[in-house]
Each structure stands twice: as C-alpha cells, then as structure tokens.
Design a protein around this ligand. Structure first.
Ligand code: PMP
Length: 351
C-alpha cells in the first residue's frame, strides 16, 4: 500500500461491450450500425496537414450544421466526444444538488458510474413489470432526472405524453432525455425544448449515423443550458472536437437521404428478426431501437450467450437482477441475423 493511495479517487468503471480483435466475429453486442457511414463521409477529401493546428474549440461548423438540421439556433446546440462525453459534462454541469438525481433501475449502466465518479447522490426508480418507466415515480423532490428514451437495454419507447408528465412535475431541475436510439423509435422530445427551458435532449452519431468510432454526440436545449454546458467544457478541455470529427460530422448531417435509408433497412431487418424470435420461443418487449431485448421460454440467456460466443457470435448479457435471463441483441445485416437464427435453431433444439 503506497501512501498516495489514500488520496486516489475510488471508482468502479463502466465496462463497455467487448470489441473483438478477430474480424470474423459477428458482432451484435454494442448496438453499432452494420452499414458504413454515408458515402459523403467516406469520400470526403481530408486535408490532414490541418492537424498541425488546434481544432476549432467551438466546433462551429458542426454546431451550425446540427442547428440547421434541427431548425434550432446555434446557441441551442452543444457537441462533445460521443454522447458519453456530453452526458458526463451534463451530469457535472446540472446535477449539483444535495437531493438525489433520479433514473430507472434498469437503464444505461453509465449513469451510476458518472454519479459515483462525481459524487452525485442518486436514487433508482424501478421499471414496472413490463419494463416501462413509470412517470409518477419521478414526481417527488430530486436533484435532476435522466433517462434514455427509448430506454436501454429494454428497447422500450415512452410516448411523449409520459415525458411531458415528468417535465410538468419537475420545472425546477434539469431533465435529460438521452435519445441515443430515437431515430428507430417515435417522436423526439426535441419538440418540447421551446416549452421547457429545463429540458436537455442528448443524441449520438454512434448508432443511426454509423459513426461510433469517430465519437460525436450532442445536446440540444435552451441557450442558457447550452451556455452552462460550454462554461464547464471550457473549464475542462477546450479542444474536445478535432478536425476529423467536425468535417466528417458535417458530411453525415448533410446526407439525410442515406441516413433515412439505413434506418429503414435496420427497421426492416428488425421486423423479420422479431418474427423469427417468436417462432423460436423468445419473448421480448416491442423494440423501438436497433436492438432487441429477449428472453427464451426454456433456455437460460447465459447459456445462449456463451454458446453463441463459442460460435463467434457476440451478444450482450447482463448478469444483473431482473434482467439476467435476457439477451440484448443488436440488429446486424440480414445475413448476420440469418446466421444467428440458424445458430439459435440448432442450439435450442438440442438443449
Ligand atoms: N446512451 C445510451 C442509452 C447508450 O446505449 C449509449 C451507447 N453505449 C450511449 C448513450 C453512448 O453512446 P456514444 O458515447 O457512443 O455516443
């Protein structure tokens, strides 16, 4: 035991899904998009000599492109290094009360990690029996609220009247809606930001925009919220967004046709795959995301997870109360999902 150790911040880090080194793996464990980024992104001629200088600390081009795309003012958009960075900055900026922040018991498992890291008190609110968020549970006194919509890993979308109920009963704290998967779901809470100055909507380029590796996330909300976020960001690291993120991010935003086409492709595969899952004896909530959260009526999820891994098909399994018999399965290409179905057929039959 070294003397300095007593001053070390003790944290239990978030464990991301495995990124296999073997490229023959069918990777359905981290909700990436199976299709490449827009051809505009891929064919963008880069001037890498520009890496010599610091990037634009305000990432103005990207902020403007996103503001135009969503019909907002530039002062209503904040960009960061993936939505993880945007969410972590938001926790630091907005959750400074002695009262606990609230989030669901089954949700994105980074929320408790940030709360612990930043020493923010928190309380988890149980999802109901069908894994839905109960808006009324969020009506009491609190220091802020965060939840994904659709929720992860449950893949359930809460219609906007539920989001509105939470906002109506929480006018004095910041409410963060993490919309990582909204492009596969229903209406976004973005339509509410003019009405609620305490609503922050967070998005990512990692899922529907096929750019998880580039790391771009953003937040939208009242300009006072965005200004507070920028003050914290500029107290931490001015140059979060580099030249590649800014240029390629803009190219992606400019190619809306490709973006919508890829979303439809994933949704079509999801529809086919869900029918196959029913046939195989799985049950699952209706998916509003690019993944399915499924349990088999006879074969334990852990066994399916391990057996699939042996066959080089990676799924996600959470050994946690209430969800330890579920598999989170990312929607891949038609071919990948057919291989998974073939594997399930064989394995389940002989189990
Ligand atoms: N929110 C949710 C609900 C997620 O599932 C993820 C992906 N792990 C993120 C945020 C973070 O995504 P990224 O940092 O790649 O934008």
């Amino acid at each position: 035991m070294y003397e300095w150790m007593k001053n070390v911040r003790q944290v239990e880090p978030y464990v991301p899904g495995e990124q296999p080194k073997d490229s023959s793996v069918i990777k359905l464990n981290t909700n990436e998009n199976p299709y490449p980024p827009s051809p505009k992104v891929i064919n963008r001629k880069l001037e890498l000599e520009k890496l010599r200088v610091y990037s634009d600390p305000e990432a103005s081009k990207l902020v403007s492109a996103l503001a135009d795309y969503h019909g907002l003012d530039k002062s209503q958009v904040f960009v960061g290094v993936g939505s993880d960075d945007v969410l972590a900055m938001s926790f630091m900026t907005f959750f400074n009360s002695d009262r606990p922040i609230l989030f669901p018991d089954i949700t994105y498992s980074f929320y408790d990690v940030w709360a612990e890291l930043l020493r923010i008190p928190y309380e988890k609110k149980a999802l109901d029996e069908s894994f839905s968020i109960v808006p009324e549970d969020y009506f009491g006194e609190n220091g802020g609220i965060v939840f994904p919509n659709p929720n992860a890993p449950t893949c359930i979308y809460m219609p906007l009247d539920g989001v509105r109920k939470i906002l109506d009963n929480n006018r004095d704290v910041v409410v963060i809606v993490d919309e990582a998967y909204i492009d596969y779901a229903g209406e976004s809470a973005l339509s509410l930001i003019d009405e609620y100055d305490n609503l922050l909507v967070v998005r990512t380029f990692s899922k529907s925009r096929s750019m998880a590796g580039l790391r771009i996330g953003y937040a939208m909300g009242d300009s006072e919220l965005i200004s507070a976020l920028n003050n914290v960001k500029f107290s931490f690291n001015s140059y979060t967004m580099n030249y590649l993120q800014i240029e390629l991010g803009v190219c992606s935003v400019e190619d809306d046709g490709y973006f919508r086409e890829m979303i439809d492709k994933v949704k079509n595969t999801r529809e086919w795959f869900c029918k196959e899952l029913v046939r195989l004896g799985f049950s699952f909530p209706e998916s509003a995301t690019n993944f399915v959260f499924a349990a088999h009526d006879r074969v334990p999820a852990k066994d399916l997870f391990e057996a699939a891994k042996n066959e080089k098909i990676y799924l996600r399994y959470f050994n946690k109360p209430r969800i330890d018999n579920y598999l989170r399965i990312t929607i891949g290409t038609d071919e990948e999902m057919k291989k998974l179905v073939e594997f399930f057929e064989k394995y389940i039959l002989t189990y």
